[in-house]
Ligand binder design. Structure first.
Ligand SMILES: *[C@@H]1O[C@H](CO)[C@@H](O)[C@H](O)[C@H]1NC(C)=O
Ligand SMILES: *[C@@H]1O[C@H](CO)[C@@H](O)[C@H](O)[C@H]1NC(C)=O
Ligand SMILES: *[C@@H]1O[C@H](CO)[C@@H](O)[C@H](O)[C@H]1NC(C)=O
Ligand SMILES: *[C@@H]1O[C@H](CO)[C@@H](O)[C@H](O)[C@H]1NC(C)=O
Ligand SMILES: *[C@@H]1O[C@H](CO)[C@@H](O)[C@H](O)[C@H]1NC(C)=O
Length: 398
């Protein structure tokens, strides 16, 4: 039964691949791989246009010369510093496996603790060139390999790379490897292709699981420290949120120099002790009654210099399974208080899921981040918010 299912899956995926190759050979790409913006590029930008042509004329070779292209960017730039972890050599920590408190834990906590000391993994896809020149806002999005449609919707909406009043915005997606064995080969191939077109994927060689989100955090901070340490601001968020880069830029304009960390901040949140909950933490892992203040990981904003400091501090702390709480722990040591802002709604807008507010474009128009939207909902909401909206009153949050 299971075998049949897997064969069926493989056949389906092969079919998709064949279609894609066929379409490409005809000189066009499947429409959902085409970003909306570059198509409309005016002819006075010949360099960019050429680049795109280059991408498409080379796509035929992409599928053949896979191995050589595994690190397309790796050696083009002569970087002084580079990602220095090239092998995975991490064995389970047998020291704790004999302890009684450890034996009583749930399997996923045991797995987390056994490999907690493995902090850095090699990079599978890197873009050292991403931060060349001045970047005002770097948008980084936590994503997983199977969520291609979410990345696509983001590229068409709030993740568009552009320049606003001389301020450059760049976007990157942060990924680990597929958590299911049977997904790995095919999805990896598609991801390589996606990256080949958009050049906006960072991928590390660790499993994309819930507890590994903190790994993603520390990998990103280390990456930033190496390749992008002069970026002005960073927005980091999930791949299922609505973001308004316009409102974020407007908000940042009023900010002075100095440590900035803004989001949907929780003060004195308590660790959840109910085992059924996704965020359950046994007291063996955290025994204080409150967490330090932290911003919901769905979307927050920080300045570049603070991110560099966070990297340094993060290396002195043991990894904690919840990524946003982990950052809160780092901020506490740095004595930086994260600031709560009404424009960040990462823990939900209103308690009532059926409330009209959840679909109200006039409300979204005035926000910086709102969770949680499906890709189609995001595309629709983006269009609505950017149409000629007539709102009865300004929901003034900025
Ligand atoms: C991995 O680490 C172990 C213990 O630290 C060491 O004995 C072994 O030689 C290492 N293997 C590689 C391939 O580096
Ligand atoms: C296990 O314990 C030994 C001896 O106390 C120590 O040297 C080693 O670093 C520990 N291993 C880990 C992964 O913490
Ligand atoms: C995190 O990723 C590593 C490397 O792939 C893996 O060994 C480990 O089991 C993962 N941890 C969890 C908790 O999923
Ligand atoms: C809480 O944990 C710390 C470090 O793991 C330990 O030193 C301390 O005794 C614990 N406190 C209580 C009340 O269990
Ligand atoms: C929105 O309004 C402006 C002027 O008020 C107009 O120029 C523009 O064409 C309108 N856009 C749409 C999509 O209706």
């Amino acid at each position: 039964m299971l075998r049949k299912k897997m064969i069926y899956k493989s056949v389906c995926l092969s079919f998709v691949l064949v279609i894609m190759v066929t379409v490409l050979q005809r000189g066009t790409a499947p429409s959902h791989f085409l970003p909306g913006q570059p198509q409309k590029e005016p002819p006075q930008e010949p360099v960019k246009a050429q680049k795109r042509d280059g991408v498409f004329s080379k796509t035929g070779n992409f599928w053949k010369s896979r191995k050589e292209k595994a690190h397309p960017e790796a050696d083009t730039e002569t970087q002084v510093k580079s990602w220095d972890v090239t092998t995975t050599n991490c064995t389970a920590n047998q020291n704790i496996s004999k302890m009684d408190w450890f034996k009583g834990l749930e399997p996923h906590f045991r797995q987390f603790l056994l490999y907690r000391h493995c902090r850095y993994f090699p990079m599978l896809i890197n873009h050292p060139e991403k931060c060349s020149g001045d970047i005002h806002l770097l948008i980084v999005v936590k994503s997983i390999i199977t969520q291609h449609d979410r990345r696509e919707a983001i590229r068409r909406t709030w993740g568009q790379e552009k320049e606003v009043d001389g301020k450059r915005i760049k976007t990157l997606f942060l990924l680990g490897t597929a958590s299911k064995e049977e997904e790995r080969a095919n999805y990896q191939k598609l991801l390589d292709y996606e990256n080949h077109i958009y050049r906006d994927i960072l991928q590390w060689d660790f499993l994309d699981s819930f507890f590994n989100l903190t790994l993603k955090e520390v990998h990103f901070l280390k990456w930033l420290n190496i390749y992008c340490d002069s970026v002005r601001y960073i927005f980091k968020g999930d791949d299922d949120v609505f973001v308004s880069p316009g409102n974020i830029l407007e908000f940042l304009e009023s900010k002075k120099e100095g440590d900035l960390f803004v989001g949907d901040v929780l003060n004195k949140a308590r660790p959840i002790r109910k085992k059924e909950n996704k965020y359950y933490i046994p007291s063996a892992l955290y025994n204080k009654s409150n967490y330090p203040p932290y911003a919901g990981g769905g979307g927050f904003l920080m300045d570049g210099p603070l991110a560099v400091k966070l990297h340094k501090i993060s290396e002195t702390l043991e990894l904690y399974p919840i990524d946003d709480v982990f950052l809160g722990m780092c901020l506490e040591i740095l004595k930086v208080a994260p600031i709560r802002h009404e424009g960040f709604k990462t823990f939900g807008i209103v308690k009532n899921k059926n409330s009209k507010m959840n679909k109200e474009p006039c409300f979204f128009r005035d926000m910086m981040v709102v969770h949680k939207l499906l890709p189609t909902e995001l595309l629709q909401m983006w269009d609505l918010v950017h149409s000629n909206l007539t709102c009865s009153r300004k929901v003034n949050v900025l």
